[in-house]
Design a protein around this ligand. Structure first.
Ligand code: CP3
Length: 328
């Protein structure tokens, strides 16, 4: 589930009553506790470390606030000078809390439960760095791209370089796979995606150089396929607008798929949760598939419905699954 931890869990809300969001991210004891909450409650098969895609923006030199209204960067990147001021950083010193949380999770969970690291994809991180906050359409980011394409490319390149060392530190700490979130790529035309977002994403995937599998999440990206598949990622994570079996037919069996139940389904009646989850598993016959939501779990979701999703998915996968060798 994307955003496994979060406001739908009472034990998460209890921690957030005592501690600010960034404090949880930056305190390994708290980050580990919050990362483990969904594992204990739901029995998910892997654990994503608790953090946020905006953490590297701060380490690159931007002021960051993460309040109830979402992220806010009060000094956004708008000029060449702003881009040149962004610095590469040493993740083991400036974001030491993150590899430390991963090391503790790996120690706690043992070898059979994968711990996932993550980062924002360059375009999505640039959206926040230029816009300053989440805003429909990301007009400031697009305007920067259109007026100053070279400088905007330099911004994406710097984000990519910083992200490579950031992810390598997470892998060195024991992350079994890393996920790149390109939540806002759907805002781009295919041409702009291929000219700007894709090359910077490819730079990261090749920078990781096969150390661990890379999972690439794209939202509302139907018009960007098959270009997204050229990212080089091992797993493509998509939202509920995509037809998984059609995507498999288009891309072939070598790219695994992740997704793609609509998070709103988890607000619905039990029968619908069972039906949609089983159908999602059946779409790929349990092969080369990581069952997931198509975007973050909604805060209104009940814990019972989240559990039902996980249990239904695990049962359906057991029924469908063929040995991995049969699809390779
Ligand atoms: O599953 C997990 O718990 C992993 C941790 C995780 C968080 N954010 C914690 C978080 C991950 C993987 C993210 C990624 C992230 N952060 C993305 C990409 C995926 C996506 O959801 O599209 C983006 C775009 C962000 C930026 C961000 N962080 C936004 C827009 C918001 C506010 C919106 C919202 O849902 O509240 C956040 C805050 C945030 N990050 C929360 C959590 C659990 C909300 C928690 C809180 O307020 O306590």
């Amino acid at each position: 589930m994307m955003r496994q931890a979060g406001r739908y869990l009472p034990e998460y809300r209890a921690i957030r009553e005592e501690h600010a969001f960034l404090e949880v991210c930056k305190t390994p004891d708290l980050a580990v506790e919050v990362s483990l909450q969904p594992f204990c409650r739901l029995g998910v098969d892997a654990v994503i470390v608790f953090s946020d895609i905006l953490i590297p923006a701060e380490a690159m030199g931007l002021r960051l606030e993460l309040g109830d209204a979402g992220p806010n960067l009060p000094e956004p990147v708008r000029t060449r000078n702003d881009v040149e001021k962004l610095r590469l950083f040493d993740p083991e010193t400036e974001t030491a809390f993150l590899p430390e949380a991963i090391r503790r999770l790996v120690r706690e969970l043992g070898p059979n439960v994968p711990v996932l690291g993550f980062a924002g994809a360059p375009w999505t991180l640039a959206c926040y760095m230029v816009e300053g906050q989440a805003k429909e359409g990301f007009a400031a980011a697009k305007s920067f791209l259109l007026h100053e394409p070279k400088i905007f490319r330099e911004l994406l390149h710097r984000i990519a370089l910083a992200t490579i060392t950031y992810l390598k530190a997470q892998i060195a700490a024991g992350a079994a796979a890393v996920q790149l979130f390109d939540t806002w790529c759907g805002e781009l035309s295919l041409g702009d995606y291929e000219n700007f977002a894709l090359p910077a994403t490819q730079e990261i995937v090749s920078g990781i150089a096969g150390a661990v599998p890379v999972i690439h999440y794209t939202k509302a990206s139907h018009h960007l396929f098959p270009a997204v598949a050229r990212s080089g990622a091992d797993v493509l994570s998509v939202d509920w607008r995509m037809d998984l079996s059609a995507l498999r037919a288009e891309l072939g069996p070598r790219i695994a798929l992740q997704g793609n139940v609509d998070p709103a389904v988890l607000l619905g009646p039990s029968e619908e949760i069972r039906r949609v989850t089983s159908e999602t598993v059946a779409a790929l016959g349990g092969a080369g598939h990581i069952l997931n939501l198509g975007h973050g779990i909604l805060p209104q979701t009940t814990v019972e419905n989240a559990q039902l999703f996980v249990q239904t998915g695990q049962r359906a996968l057991l029924q469908e699954a063929k040995p991995a060798a049969s699809w390779r």
